[in-house]
Design a protein. Structure first.
Length: 82
């Protein structure tokens, strides 16, 4: 098990994270679970995920949508009466 040092940083307490435990993310969530303090990558909100999607091109749907015509299907009542 690895150990590390706790130190003061301004009015906060900080912990040095060894290289093998470093995060690729810039933000982490911190919370208590019993007597443990847990750090994990911050989960992105749905709005953040949507903002990260590529924008549609200007000609997207330029020719309109080509949806197939609805199909005629028997109702459940009709299929059980046979």
């Amino acid at each position: 098990m690895a150990t590390t040092k706790v130190f003061k940083s301004g009015n906060s307490q900080a912990v040095r994270i060894p290289k093998k435990f470093q995060f690729a993310e810039e933000e982490v969530e911190i919370f208590r679970r019993g007597d443990e303090i847990v750090l994990r990558p911050r989960k992105r909100s749905l709005a953040e995920l949507i903002r990260g999607l590529p924008k549609a091109s200007d000609d997207f749907f330029a020719e309109g949508r080509h949806d197939p015509s609805p199909q005629k299907q028997e109702s459940l009542d009709e299929s059980h009466q046979r």
